[in-house]
Design a protein around this ligand. Structure first.
Ligand SMILES: Cc1cc2nc3c(=O)[nH]c(=O)nc-3n(C[C@H](O)[C@H](O)[C@H](O)COP(=O)(O)OP(=O)(O)OC[C@H]3O[C@@H](n4cnc5c(N)ncnc54)[C@H](O)[C@@H]3O)c2cc1C
Length: 383
């Protein structure tokens, strides 16, 4: 099998839209919504900011007007995402809903669920979390042990999810549960995705601190939690195909190579004052690779818009993007452009934060070994 990244052309409306987003972001920054740019701002939770993004029409941009969307193109949405990421804006209260939970519900949810939840996501009112990983099931997701069984009018869920980004403050989670026991040779059968309200009776949540000391993820324990029938996504037992498509959405966006962009911008400012501190060729090498990743990522946005599930291309771009994100702080550190320990500038503190967060870049959303397995299978090199 071969793969290709068909070129994607930004629409004519992109320039106008880019100006509008930049003006919006300038206003937010001047109003003090954030003082220092956040690397991985897509994980930083700020509900008030998300409400204003919703009011400005920056959430659910490609979704049907009937559900509060704008019916704009995937590449117009791309322009908004890359501007927000580059600015280091705190998008954690709507990023997951907009990137993957909303599309998942629109495609596989029933009418009552869509009407209840999608307009609220578009307004920035509803934050979602991803309930896939468990203590003994990360890379090998089919090893999940959390279970659901059918009862009158719905399902009872039991189990434990872990590393759930913003799980402590999100309103809902799309969780993967076993609805049939795993049979030998059929491990991917018998799983189902549910939309779970995280304030439901029987749910307890425990924040988990990451290395920089933020409580950005959580453990979620479900003890006899009732979920109504209309919160099932797709056909019971058919959750594996849904989760695979969701992961393609999760892995393909510009968040997978722009996490450290605010740091690069600050470093560029430092270098403009003192250019001799860093070989221009190193900066050129980084910028060239970023621009190739941007072309790949826009191409995937186009494929998703055409209804394709570009799991192979998403795995390739995430693997290359995350490797670059991890390399950038190492290159900067090697030349001492900014000083993570002793310095006090914005660039110094961003580098400090990136050095502490970087190990997680290649874990979240799937590790390099798993991505390379998907790539090898996609190319027909392994079974
Ligand atoms: C910042 C962050 C946010 C996250 N957010 C979420 C979230 O919101 N929701 C969620 O569900 N999960 C989330 N995760 C969990 C993430 O998806 C898992 O950490 C990841 O899938 C790896 O699983 P694991 O930690 O269990 O490691 P393991 O699967 O135990 O892997 C450990 C090591 O073994 C390697 N390995 C495993 N299997 C193989 C194999 N077959 N071949 C070769 N090597 C292999 C892996 O590559 C890795 O290096 C998050 C993780 C991080 C770091």
């Amino acid at each position: 099998m071969q793969f290709s990244f068909p070129p994607a052309q930004l629409p004519e409306t992109a320039c106008e839209l880019r100006d509008a987003v930049q003006e919006f972001l300038d206003r937010e920054r001047s109003a003090g919504t954030w003082t220092n740019a956040e690397c991985s701002g897509w994980m930083a939770f700020n509900r008030a900011f998300s409400l204003r993004c919703g009011a400005a029409g920056f959430i659910g941009m490609t979704w049907p007007v009937q559900y509060g969307g704008q019916e704009r193109s995937a590449l117009e949405r791309y322009v908004v995402m890359e501007e927000m990421l580059a600015a280091g804006a705190p998008m954690g209260a709507h990023w997951i809903s907009d990137r993957q939970s909303g599309p998942q519900i629109l495609k596989h949810g029933n009418e009552s669920l869509k009407s209840a939840i999608i307009p609220a996501i578009c307004r920035g009112e509803v934050a979602f979390a991803i309930g896939m990983s468990e203590p003994d099931a990360g890379s090998d997701l089919a090893a999940i042990r959390s279970k659901a069984h059918a009862v009158e009018g719905g399902w009872i869920l039991n189990g434990r999810k872990i590393w759930t980004t913003n799980g402590n403050i999100a309103d809902y989670m799309i969780g993967l549960f076993r609805t049939e026991d795993a049979e030998p040779g059929k491990r991917h059968h018998g799983m189902t995705q549910f939309v779970v309200k995280l304030t439901s009776e029987g749910i307890s949540r425990r924040p988990i601190a990451d290395i920089p000391g933020r409580d950005e993820f959580a453990e979620i324990v479900l003890d006899d939690v009732f979920v109504p029938d209309d919160h099932v996504l797709g056909v019971p037992g058919g959750g594996w195909n849904l989760v695979t498509a969701e992961l393609a959405n999760e892995r393909s966006g510009p968040d997978r190579f722009l996490s450290v962009f605010p740091l690069l911008q600050e470093v560029a400012r430092v270098l403009a004052r003192n250019p001799g501190r860093f070989p221009p060729s190193e900066l050129g090498r980084i910028v060239t690779r970023l621009s190739v990743l941007r072309e790949m990522s826009m191409s995937i946005a186009g494929q998703i818009a055409r209804g394709e599930t570009p799991a192979l291309n998403a795995a390739i771009s995430k693997d290359i993007g995350n490797a670059l994100e991890r390399e950038i702080p190492e290159v900067l550190r090697r030349y001492g452009v900014v000083m993570p320990i002793s310095g006090g500038s914005e660039a110094d503190s961003l580098l400090r934060d990136v050095i502490l967060s970087a190990p997680s870049f290649t874990l979240r959303g799937g590790t390099p070994e798993i991505l390379r397995g998907i790539i090898a299978k996609g190319l027909g090199l392994s079974k």
